[in-house]
Design a binder for this molecule. Structure first.
Ligand code: 13P
Ligand code: SF4
Length: 419
């Protein structure tokens, strides 16, 4: 059936025997979570999108937080941020439609500069990505010359361009430890950074960025689930506040949580993360009872079947990154992908013991900065020396205290000019 005819039917809300036939195998998978009456609205779009994918040699990558009709209905590959980045490298398709948020599409574009990368809604952002700019990272580097910057992929390409190496929630500890240094700047998720700090002896300098979805969960809420459902297995995303992670049985990325449900097969679980995850995972585990706390990510929910269809048909919205930014940002993502991931630690209670602090010998280079620090393109080119006014290393930075730091630097520079 011709893709344009199917698209016309979808936009006219027409559900007919052809569409029913074309989408019957998909609905078999979704029957448990989508009532038939609702499926009749989705099915014409599912049929049209799947037809357009063939016509455009396109692939749909969908994050685990996408709604079931997208996740099971039209996505070719699904996963967490790390998996999506890895899949983006290996695809043969000409067009990648990223059903997720903007930073995910930007990461796919960085890794596929010659492919068309589309996001169905340009406004699908992320509170973490919004919390920091490239200029903030440059100021932090001035405060900690030579200290490597590890940045969560939930950031803009501008921020990635100022970064030594990226990480995701699935590999953050491995990435930090891979650098072989005793201190890193970890941006921008304070809670993920604190979680990493609890798993490593590497000293972590934090940024006060938070996920607007995960920061709303509380330990009281989790304890209430435990009270109501004795024996319930609690899985939490590391973007949650530390007291929530303390009372979880497992902490991991979205895919880490999904895999853990498969490994443990608990009778009853609660996934302390975005709503759609439980719907998507429940289909594969009919014997597990999912208690569903519901915090929606408004950005992820901007992606809908009608917008995916528009996107594929008109090849909009194309994600572009200016070449000078892309070149530097790509390096930080590629370095992450090159780091081999170790199996994930499954429970905070089984957390690796904090080993003693590693003493890394410093080998000052011509700028007086350790060579075992940040990557060459981020090394200060003179002008900085160690022993600048001391801030406690545990300090958590934010735009406010960085502004104060920038003002202080300007005043110091003016004073020394006037002397
Ligand atoms: P994952 O990498 O664990 O999928 O997390 C991405 C995200 O945005 C979670 O809020
Ligand atoms: Fe960003 Fe949080 Fe939404 Fe993930 S859930 S995309 S971190 S706002």
């Amino acid at each position: 059936m011709n893709a344009s005819t199917l698209a016309r039917w979808a936009r006219a809300n027409e559900y007919n025997a052809t569409i029913e036939d074309l989408t019957a195998p998909v609905y078999e998978k979704l029957r448990q979570v989508i009532p038939e009456i609702e499926w009749q609205v989705h099915a014409p779009y599912v049929a049209a999108i799947n037809a357009f994918k063939k016509e455009r040699n396109a692939i749909i990558l969908a994050h685990n937080y996408q709604t079931p009709e997208i996740f099971h209905g039209v996505a070719d590959l699904t996963g967490d941020s790390l998996a999506l980045a890895q899949m983006a490298v290996s695809t043969e398709a000409d067009v990648i439609v990223l059903c997720g948020v903007h930073f995910m599409a930007e990461t796919a574009k960085l890794l596929n500069p010659r492919k068309v990368v589309l996001i169905p809604d340009l406004e699908a952002g992320c509170s973490l990505a919004e919390s920091i700019t490239g200029a903030d990272v440059r100021l932090l580097r001035q405060r900690y010359p030579g200290v490597p910057v590890v940045t969560y992929v939930n950031t803009s390409a501008d921020v990635k361009a100022e970064t030594d190496v990226c990480c995701t929630s699935a590999n953050a500890v491995e990435v930090v430890e891979s650098l072989g240094v005793d201190k890193v700047i970890f941006l921008p998720d304070e809670y993920l950074g604190r979680y990493v700090a609890s798993k490593t002896s590497v000293e972590i300098i934090l940024w006060k960025g938070h996920c607007e979805v995960h920061e709303r969960f509380t330990a009281e809420e989790i304890n209430a689930y435990r009270g109501q459902h004795p024996g319930i297995y609690v899985l939490a995303h590391p973007e949650c506040p530390p007291d929530v992670l303390d009372v979880a049985d497992f902490v991991g990325s979205t895919s880490g949580m999904i895999n853990q449900v498969g490994r443990v097969s608990p009778e009853r679980v609660v996934m302390v993360t975005e709503c759609s995850m439980s719907d998507n995972v429940a289909l594969a585990h009919p014997d597990v009872e999912f208690i569903r706390p519901c915090n929606l990510c408004p950005h992820m929910k901007r992606i809908t079947l009608p917008k995916i269809l528009d996107s594929l048909e008109s090849l909009q919205h194309r994600v572009e990154v200016p070449e000078d930014v892309a070149r530097r940002a790509r390096l930080s993502v590629e370095r992450m992908i090159a780091i081999k991931k170790k199996p994930q630690v499954s429970s905070p209670s089984a957390a690796v013991a904090r080993p003693g602090r590693k003493e890394i010998p410093h080998a000052p280079d011509e700028a007086g900065i350790s060579q075992r620090t940040c990557y060459p393109e981020h090394r200060p080119q003179g002008g900085f020396s160690r022993g600048s006014p001391h801030f406690p290393d545990s300090q958590i930075f934010s735009r406010q205290n960085l502004d104060a730091l920038a003002t202080e630097r300007r005043l110091t520079a003016r004073r020394s000019q006037n002397q």
